[in-house]
Design a protein around this ligand. Structure first.
Ligand code: LIP
Length: 267
């Protein structure tokens, strides 16, 4: 990428190298080994292979950093100021069902001496559409070589909203119905496409006006939080004063719609 810094270029290179075998696996998904981590929670051989590649390349580039991966868990580094946060295939269930909507997503979290932290770089790549979203703190958000910004829509009744819904083994079913009921009466459309990382990216480029979801993981949200804020949006938890980086709940939108949606979801 002409505009990307050396740090972001390291991530982009690792993601692109990971994507090539992933596309081959996607073409043969019917023959892919799949394991069950829990009810409704699957991991494929492609997830494992992709996370292994990302671990090898990112740790080679920044040997001391920590690494938090969906499949490996937390691996502490000697440099306590940085941690890679990685979901090798966000949208695994889509991938397993040969649905062409999934992404490799990498965030870099930086820790300050006072214990606070922020996401300072992120890349999310949809290899099927060859759409590479990337951002660095204070330097904007991009889709391939084009700078992107959140939609400017102010009227909730004209907005298109993304969300995620619980399934077997997940909690929050009753709350999700309450959320859908409250939101659905006020917006032009709701979409649930099965990849949080791409939901964030599509808010950042203005395809969605907002995205909300509960009960996610740090690797689902790390890069996306940076994308939306660097594209002029706001990302908070649904309930007041939480830390969206945990993934406990997410509300991402532009500055005009965020307070309106926050009021609706907080009931
Ligand atoms: C998925 C998220 C999705 C959420 C699913 C799952 P995975 O991530 O991207 O938004 O609704 O429950 O967490 O597990 O496919 O990497």
């Amino acid at each position: 990428m002409a505009l990307a810094s050396a740090l972001v270029s390291v991530i982009i290179d690792a993601v692109r190298k990971t994507a090539r075998p992933m596309l081959r696996d996607f073409g043969e998904v019917a023959h892919l080994q799949v394991s069950r981590k829990g009810p409704g929670d699957f991991v494929t051989a492609a997830d494992i292979k992709a996370e292994d590649t990302l671990y090898e390349l990112l740790m080679k580039a920044r040997p001391g950093y920590g690494f938090l991966g969906e499949e490996r868990g937390m691996i502490e580094g000697t440099d306590k100021s940085h941690t890679w946060i990685v979901d090798p295939i966000d949208g695994t269930t889509n991938f397993m069902h040969a649905m062409p909507h999934f992404a490799i997503t990498v965030g870099l979290q930086r820790y300050a001496p006072d214990g606070s932290s922020e996401i300072v770089a992120g890349v999310t790549y949809n290899p099927i559409m060859n759409e590479l979203f990337w951002a660095e703190k204070g330097k904007g958000c991009y889709l391939n070589d084009t700078r992107i910004r959140v939609a400017g829509r102010r009227d909730l009744s004209e907005s298109l909203i993304a969300t995620g819904l619980p399934f077997i083994g997940k909690s929050g079913h009753a709350q999700s119905i309450k959320d859908i009921h409250a939101i659905g009466q006020r917006v032009a459309g709701i979409r649930r496409l099965g990849s949080a990382a791409l939901d964030f990216a599509w808010v950042a480029c203005g395809r969605y006006d907002a995205y909300y979801e509960r009960n996610l993981k740090p690797w689902d949200v790390a890069a996306g939080i940076l994308f939306v804020t660097e594209a002029g949006g706001i990302v908070t938890t649904i309930d007041p004063d939480g830390d969206p980086k945990t993934g406990a709940s997410i509300l991402a939108s532009n500055p005009e719609l965020h307070p309106q949606l926050s009021k609706v979801l907080r009931g």
